[in-house]
Write a protein of this length. Structure first.
Length: 275
């Protein structure tokens, strides 16, 4: 998930030390690009701060961290230099502290070394490997190349047509703490989405009333998804993993007015609707 700043139009395309991405339903991933905790802390303070995330669960993804060798200890006088024995571990304790200070709840770690995974377990984090080792082994195996074909045979197989998921329609107000998820399709809400409520859809979200809570469209990565509302007052907006929180005030041209939210490249845009 990348946090969008209204004043300076920051996005996931901008070079930075981390990204926040939507990994699974209602689960965020903190994708790190550095092991420098001072640099990360400074960038986090600028781009995330206190966040107002309301203790949402997060997976710490270390797969994108550049792996530099650990510094060898200084040898005693007259001894040969000690050999380097692998990459320096990422300071998970500091990362967990940053997340908790911003009201996020770290629950697991992915892409960790054995040493980092041991530390993660001490901190109460689970192992969230993205795929089983057997799958990785199959993907890594070289494919056999057939250079000569002696017989060609056409085999007809039945084609299974999967119908798109129907649009989910909600006609009652959503109060604080309530959550609605439109799996595989769009979501239509005919009443107010109150502060503390959350609407999520794999497709687009259409709200024919004020949006005051959280709206997450394209939850499984659909970058063409959009959010529409008759009154934009949201606590959090997200499309395909790119987020904007209420920490950044809404622009005057869309605040409390009919508006749409969509992606242009990897930039989250807020645009007024014709009235």
């Amino acid at each position: 998930m990348t946090k969008e700043s209204g004043g300076r139009n920051k996005s996931a395309a901008r070079a930075g030390t981390f990204e926040l991405k939507s990994r699974r339903f209602n689960l965020l991933g903190l994708v790190l690009h550095t092991a420098d905790m001072a640099e990360l802390a400074a960038d986090w303070a600028e781009r995330a701060g206190q966040g107002g995330f309301e203790h949402e669960p997060v997976v710490i993804d270390l797969s994108g961290v550049p792996r530099l060798p650990a510094a060898a200890a200084a040898p005693a006088e007259g001894q040969a230099p000690l050999a380097l024995d692998g990459p320096a571990p990422v300071d998970l304790k500091t990362i967990v502290g940053l997340l908790r200070a911003s009201q996020l709840q770290p629950v697991a770690v992915a892409g960790a070394t054995a040493e980092e995974l041991a530390l993660a377990h001490e901190l109460g984090l689970a192992d969230a490997a993205d795929e089983p080792a057997t799958e990785r082994a199959v993907q890594a195996a070289p494919a056999e190349v057939v250079r000569e074909i002696t017989v060609e045979k056409i085999i007809e197989r039945p084609v299974t047509v999967v119908a798109p998921a129907p649009t989910l329609v909600v006609d009652k107000p959503l109060r604080s703490g309530q959550q609605v998820y439109a799996k595989g399709g769009d979501l239509v809400v005919l009443a107010v989405v109150s502060h503390g409520a959350e609407v999520i859809a794999d497709g687009s979200i259409h709200i024919y009333a004020p949006l005051r809570g959280k709206a997450i469209a394209g939850a499984r990565g659909d970058t063409s998804a959009r959010i529409y509302t008759q009154s934009l007052e949201a606590e959090l907006l997200a499309v395909a993993g790119i987020y904007r929180t209420a920490e950044n005030p809404l622009p005057a041209e869309v605040a409390g007015k009919p508006a749409q939210v969509y992606l242009q490249g990897e930039k989250l845009l807020l645009q007024p609707l014709p009235t």
